[in-house]
Write a protein that binds this ligand. Structure first.
Ligand SMILES: Cc1cc2nc3c(=O)[nH]c(=O)nc-3n(C[C@H](O)[C@H](O)[C@H](O)COP(=O)(O)OP(=O)(O)OC[C@H]3O[C@@H](n4cnc5c(N)ncnc54)[C@H](O)[C@@H]3O)c2cc1C
Length: 519
């Protein structure tokens, strides 16, 4: 079956939905989601959305906090767009009916999170993403110009003469649909499922990144995976994120002796940037041989339960009292700072293909994302991509980068492929990496991804096989990128290169797939 439309949006998280609100006023829009409308990273976002809206705040201050967290690799122009346009788009959300929590003066209540110098995080209890997505879905669903295919897996981008002209989609009934459009927006979110320990839901298999890379789009900064420090880690219970806002509101990290240890590692203590906190937690756990904990025991229990009801409920299901018990926490893969390279209007290196949200690399996050800046990025750059998609086509103005060799490293013998990809990625390319683990991992995953891709080319495939190929491909790209960068910076920690090296590595490294005849 073939479908023709004006715009295809792949993804129904904050970036795709914000783009849809504009595009439905300009033409026919087909929006694809691989699961139901509520399954997205956006739906799980707890802490909130950052915007310089407080009396003591300014876009300049938000800019400087974002640059500081990004460890020298943010693009200041991109960050300037984010922080100066952010308040306008967040105000629009308020106008559209997002029920952010209010302070006693009726203004949105602003929360504090790590590495923010003031309170600037708007929130709806601890389910901010769900509230924003609910509002945006309600707004676009009214439009007669919108068609939604749920449970529809975009598998490959269609190119014609180097231009993206559509996408192939595997429907839940196994049928394949070829969609033709004036332009395509990738808003497919993140890739947390590439790692065994992750905060991300099952949909986050990096499909958009893998698809774009196979089509020949430029991708970069993939070594910068953010590991969130505080994920509830109870054996046998599902991993559950304990939002950074909990520390922002006074929650403390303690060791098994009850000692607040963070100030021994960083003067900013519990509210240091995520990479600093995650690394300190691992070191403290290694030093003591015991887990580390998050404690709210010194705070008002009733207030804590009311402020963070969803987290309290998850703790209860795991047999813990959120407000009174020490909560065992450890880091897990949370967010991809790198992705498909875009300019400030979401254009990628392939004409007709746009990207926004977590799948994109706008360079606003640099080497490490400031808390609550990703919902904002999806909102602002989703809107900017939609505006550019309506205009006559122009070449992308992508920021400079250094092109890396695309081949996987040659490793004598290669390791035996045994464990699942996410296990191997967690062990070999997790919070702290080194060349002895990364080189065989990159080599093996590249071979494994290529074999899966060949089998899809020859025999087609089901949704599970496509997603397995995407996980392997994204794993290979991350491992190769992590192997290349011989320094430690932001979310990327190398045991064999522990120092930051601005002389050689204050650069963005990326690659193109040169054999785009593959899947
Ligand atoms: C537990 C958790 C808590 C978080 N808390 C915060 C927070 O408090 N503040 C903050 O700023 N950020 C937070 N984040 C990060 C933030 O939620 C995400 O970065 C952001 O929501 C990504 O939005 P998106 O629109 O890019 O993608 P998503 O919201 O992930 O949406 C992706 C969409 O793409 C669709 N899709 C994917 N692949 C395909 C395919 N092949 N075919 C068809 N459809 C596809 C999915 O079905 C989905 O609809 C959190 C993330 C997690 C996991």
């Amino acid at each position: 079956m073939d479908v023709r439309t004006d715009y295809v949006i792949i993804g129904g998280g904050i970036a795709g939905l914000r783009a849809a609100t504009d595009l439905v006023t300009r033409g026919q829009v087909l929006l694809l989601t691989k699961a139901g409308s509520t399954e997205s990273n956006t739906g799980y976002a707890q802490g909130g959305i950052a915007a310089a809206m407080g009396h003591d705040d300014s876009p300049a201050l938000h800019l400087s906090d974002t640059l500081e967290a990004g460890a020298g690799l943010c693009d200041p122009d991109a960050v300037d767009v984010l922080v100066s346009e952010g308040p306008r788009y967040v105000t629009e959300l308020l106008y559209w009916g997002v029920a952010f929590d209010r302070a006693s003066d009726g203004q949105p209540a602003l929360g504090r999170e790590g590495a923010h110098s003031v309170r600037r995080v708007l929130h709806a209890r601890d389910a901010t993403g769900r509230e924003i997505a609910r509002t945006l879905w309600a707004r676009v669903a009214r439009s007669r110009s919108l068609q939604v295919f749920d449970h529809a897996l975009a598998t490959r981008l269609v190119l014609d003469g180097g231009r993206c002209t559509g996408v192939e989609v595997l429907r839940h009934d196994g049928g394949v649909v070829r969609v033709e459009a004036r332009s395509v927006l990738l808003a497919t979110g993140g890739a947390g499922q590439v790692f065994r320990e992750t905060t991300n839901p099952a949909i986050a298999t990096g499909d958009g990144l893998a698809m774009a890379w196979r089509a020949g789009a430029r991708v970069s900064d993939l070594e910068f995976v953010q590991f969130h420090p505080t994920v509830l880690h109870v054996p046998g219970a599902p991993r559950f994120l304990v939002s950074e806002a909990v520390r922002g509101e006074g929650g403390r990290l303690i060791n098994a002796d009850g000692e607040q240890f963070m100030s021994r590692y960083d003067a900013r203590g519990d509210l240091a940037p995520r990479d600093v906190v995650a690394t300190a937690m691992v070191r403290e756990a290694e030093r003591t041989g015991q887990p580390v904990f998050l404690s709210l025991a010194h705070l008002d229990a009733q207030w804590a339960g009311e402020r963070f009801p969803a987290i309290a409920e998850a703790c209860r299901k795991a047999g813990l009292d959120f407000a009174r018990d020490p909560l065992p926490v450890s880091p897990a893969a949370h967010y991809m700072c790198g992705g498909v390279d875009t300019d400030l209007s979401g254009r990628t290196s392939i004409p007709g293909l746009f990207a926004a949200g977590e799948v994109a690399c706008t360079r606003v996050h640099g080497a490490n994302r400031l808390a609550s800046n990703s919902l904002l990025e999806g909102l602002v750059f989703g809107a900017r991509a939609a505006a550019a998609m309506r205009l006559p086509e122009r070449d992308a103005h992508l920021p400079p980068f250094v092109e890396a060799p695309t081949e996987a490293p040659t490793v004598p013998g290669g390791a035996v492929i045994s464990a699942p990809v996410p296990d191997r990625m967690w062990r070999g390319a997790g919070l702290v990496r080194d060349a002895t683990m990364l080189a065989p991992l990159a080599h093996d995953l590249d071979a494994e991804a290529a074999a899966l891709e060949r089998s899809l080319d020859e025999r087609g495939g089901d949704a599970a096989r496509w997603q397995a190929a995407n996980v392997a491909r994204v794993g290979a790209l991350i491992a190769k990128a992590a192997l290349r960068r011989e320094e430690s910076r932001g979310g990327h920690r190398r045991a064999d290169f522990p120092e930051r090296d601005d002389v050689h590595w204050k650069i963005h490294v990326g690659e193109f797939c040169r054999s785009t005849t593959r899947v």
